[in-house]
Ligand binder design. Structure first.
Ligand code: FMN
Length: 230
């Protein structure tokens, strides 16, 4: 199955290398990256992670966990350093995701700042994260961005439209309330679940709407059990 507008076609379900690239930028919402990565490392053999300098500062501010810079050290932030997690310096272009010859199943940028979205939309690959995204676009690989900003200017909206037209899946960090999240983690997981769904990853983070519908037409999921990630 292909996804796109016709301008660029991306084969979203031809995923087979067991490798995923993840970029984290300095938009608010480090919890989304934290929750997503904890699941992603269990599903992908290798996860290549790069964080911008702003991403590190914002994550430390929002979650209070220290993140080492050189080398990148996410142990405290993620609670562990899984063997498949490859931590990459955001300025190091001599790393696998900077090259199209390195095959992987796609890239997720979570959260994605308006600055990074704008640079990717205009082909400005001035760090590893934007270069890796550029590579996804030129190689026709799945690219997911999870933008977060409020309000958005016309320029920001145009940049996101440009990305969508290029075949990028835009999953805004807009948490949903209909599953009745009880904690910040459950609320964040309503976004994380959509990223995982786009990657074709089975998860139990949020119940599917109507999956346990009693058939009375209410579509109610009240009483559904949320599977809590660590
Ligand atoms: C606490 C904090 C929160 C921020 N939240 C956002 C945000 O939600 N969206 C956004 O686009 N930028 C946000 N910014 C600004 C970005 O960090 C800034 O534009 C930065 O240059 C992004 O760089 P990067 O894309 O290389 O990470 C925030 C900055 C700070 C300090």
């Amino acid at each position: 199955m292909a996804h796109g507008t016709g301008l660029c076609r991306v084969d979203w379900f031809n995923l087979s290398t067991g490798r995923l690239v993840v970029g984290v930028t300095g938009a608010s919402g480090a919890i989304y990256a934290q929750r997503f990565l904890r699941v992603a490392v269990r599903h992908f053999r290798e996860v290549y992670l790069t964080m911008s300098e702003q991403a590190i500062q914002v994550a430390e501010t929002e979650l209070g966990a220290r993140i080492g810079r050189t080398p990148l050290d996410t142990g405290e932030w993620l609670g562990e350093t899984p063997p498949g997690l490859r931590l990459l310096d955001s300025k190091d272009f001599f790393t696998p995701p900077a090259s199209g010859s390195f095959r992987h199943d796609g890239m997720v940028i979570v959260p994605c700042s308006m600055g990074s979205a704008g640079r990717i939309a205009h082909g400005v690959s001035d760090d590893l994260l934007t270069r890796a995204a550029d590579v996804c676009l030129k190689e026709g690989r799945p690219l997911i961005v999870v933008p977060r900003e409020m309000p958005m200017s016309t320029i920001m909206l145009r940049n996101l439209t440009t990305l969508a037209e290029a075949g990028v899946r835009v999953i805004p960090a807009c948490p949903a309330w209909y599953s009745r999240p009880r904690t910040l983690e459950e609320l964040a997981d309503t976004v994380v679940a959509r990223i995982l769904q786009s990657l074709g990853i089975e998860h139990g983070l949020v119940p599917e709407w109507g999956a346990d519908d009693p058939g009375d037409g209410t579509g109610s999921v009240a009483g559904s059990t949320m599977v809590q990630e660590p």
